[in-house]
Design a protein around this ligand. Structure first.
Ligand SMILES: Cc1ncc(COP(=O)(O)O)c(C=O)c1O
Length: 462
């Protein structure tokens, strides 16, 4: 074991790291990054890495963007903080809300700002409850999410999340949250079931769940267009068309969690456009500011806004909001980010680069370790399996995907492991075709080395 650097020692003595095995971190130490430029980040020894995850699916414009830095500095000098409570307002928040209304893929009356994807989804839950109280249907409160969904980690959003590690020993999920089936054909389709048949079955199961619970108790359904942290799961063909029919039939408010898919990731402004469905409301975050400063939001349709007005008249206030809702510096950075996306046609460029990205990704599907290579637009993943024919997984304790991620780091590539021995890639949208090739060359080498290790350790034996 190599001794930890001074910074690494200070880190393990001071930080509780999110989403980390805190025990192994004490032995291995963190990878300490110092600076970034374009799609590259550099550690404290100066070693460059391709940031194959755009940080946490967010840094769409890559690092070192001077225009974003300038936009923040100008706004900090002009008005470093202002809020939207109690009738106050400011120009950057107003302009950003106008811009978002203009580009939203569904009719949008208003925008509510917050600071993280989790806050956005917590806000969605509260708004739906509040709306249904205003509409005089106080029993219609249950929210349906999906197994393997990722919607955040606050109490309500972690309850919506459908991953065991986010709930186990946190006493979650809370009451009133249900999880429908996961739309992952490779893992959950029945033998011989086509994508369309699988989608039909999932929609029928959702309808059965609503009937079982009672339609007048089910308020909303929330879904990521392409599931992210659950394993980069692209739903089967016709899935959302059929799910939307069920939501409409039972008057269930449909929320698209666009926290990853929003702002070009799938080659369209919003993920629901790529997947061909029209939700009632959106949760947005991450690439809204290219991750440079925290900002998130919820779009509110006119019907919901009318309900909020009714409650405000009755109660005397709309009693929800964060100190930093619509923070002027964050709003200024978001406005500049959206301006750059439009000016540089980055969503169209993502669509143009997607075929190459997906072709390189799918070539990894032939690798001896890869059970499935999947993705859409500029997001993808490979699922590592012990046996391709039977789709048998490795023992999670063997840590095969974490080992692949470590070896990728040695190859100068940052990727991420997700539950189910899945390794994900989600580079900045500004990645060039040559850099896409380089990313997949490095990932291929990391997988070859992982396979050597798996064979040495005899991990493929049943
Ligand atoms: C789809 C989705 N929703 C919500 C969240 C939660 O966002 P945050 O970590 O900003 O709270 C994430 C985070 O990765 C996400 O991917």
């Amino acid at each position: 074991m190599t001794p930890l650097s001074n910074l690494a020692v200070r880190d393990v003595e001071t930080l509780v790291h999110p989403y980390t095995n805190l025990a192994t971190l004490r032995e291995n130490g963190p990878l300490v990054l110092e600076r970034g430029k374009g799609i590259f980040v550099y550690d404290t020894s100066g070693k460059p890495y391709i940031e194959g995850m755009a940080g946490l699916w967010c840094t769409a414009l890559g690092h070192g963007n001077e225009e974003l830095a300038e936009a923040a500095a100008v706004q900090m000098r002009k008005l470093g903080f202002a809020h939207l409570f109690g009738g106050k307002s400011h120009d950057p928040a107003i302009e950003l809300a106008e811009k978002l209304k203009e580009i939203a893929p569904v009719p949008t009356s208003k925008v509510f700002f917050c600071n993280s994807g989790s806050e956005a989804n917590d806000t969605q839950v509260k708004l739906v409850w509040y709306m249904n109280n205003a509409l005089g249907r106080p029993a219609k409160k249950k929210i349906i999410s999906r197994i393997k969904a990722y919607h955040g980690v606050t109490v309500a959003s972690a309850s919506l999340t459908g991953l065991p590690a986010n709930q186990r020993d946190f006493d979650l999920p809370m009451a009133g949250i249900l999880h429908a089936g996961c739309p992952h054909h490779y893992r959950f389709a029945q033998v011989g079931e086509s994508e369309e048949e699988f989608a039909t079955r999932l929609a029928a199961e959702l309808a059965q769940m609503i009937e079982r619970e009672g339609p007048d108790t089910v308020a909303a359904f929330i879904a990521e267009p392409v599931m992210g942290a659950g394993g980069v799961i692209v739903p089967p063909r016709t899935y959302f068309e059929k799910i939307m029919q069920v939501c409409r039939r039972y008057d269930v408010y449909m929320i698209a969690d666009e926290v990853i898919c929003g702002f070009g990731r799938l080659g369209t402004a919003f993920g629901c456009q790529s997947l061909g469905f029209a939700p009632d409301g959106l949760s947005i975050a991450k690439a809204l500011t290219s991750g440079y400063v925290p900002m998130a939001g919820v779009t509110v349709p006119e019907s919901m806004y009318q309900a909020l007005l009714t409650e405000s008249r009755k109660i005397g206030t709309f009693g929800h909001g964060f100190t930093y809702s619509g923070h002027p510096v964050a709003a200024a950075v978001a406005l500049k980010t959206l301006e750059i996306y439009a000016r540089d046609r980055l969503f169209e460029a993502a669509a143009e680069k997607a075929p190459q990205f997906q072709a390189r990704l799918r070539r990894l599907g032939q690798h001896a370790l890869v059970g499935e290579a999947r993705g859409q637009g500029l997001i993808g993943a490979v699922e590592l399996v012990a046996d391709k024919a039977s789709k048998r997984s490795f023992d999670p304790k063997a840590g095969v995907a974490p080992q692949a991620v470590r070896l990728a780091e040695e190859e100068g590539l940052i990727v991420r492991f997700l539950a189910g021995d899945t390794v994900s890639v989600c580079p900045p949208l500004i990645i060039t075709p040559a850099e896409i090739d380089e990313l997949f060359d490095r990932l291929g080498r990391a997988l070859d080395r992982t396979l050597d290790w798996v064979r040495r350790e005899r991990l493929q034996e049943a």
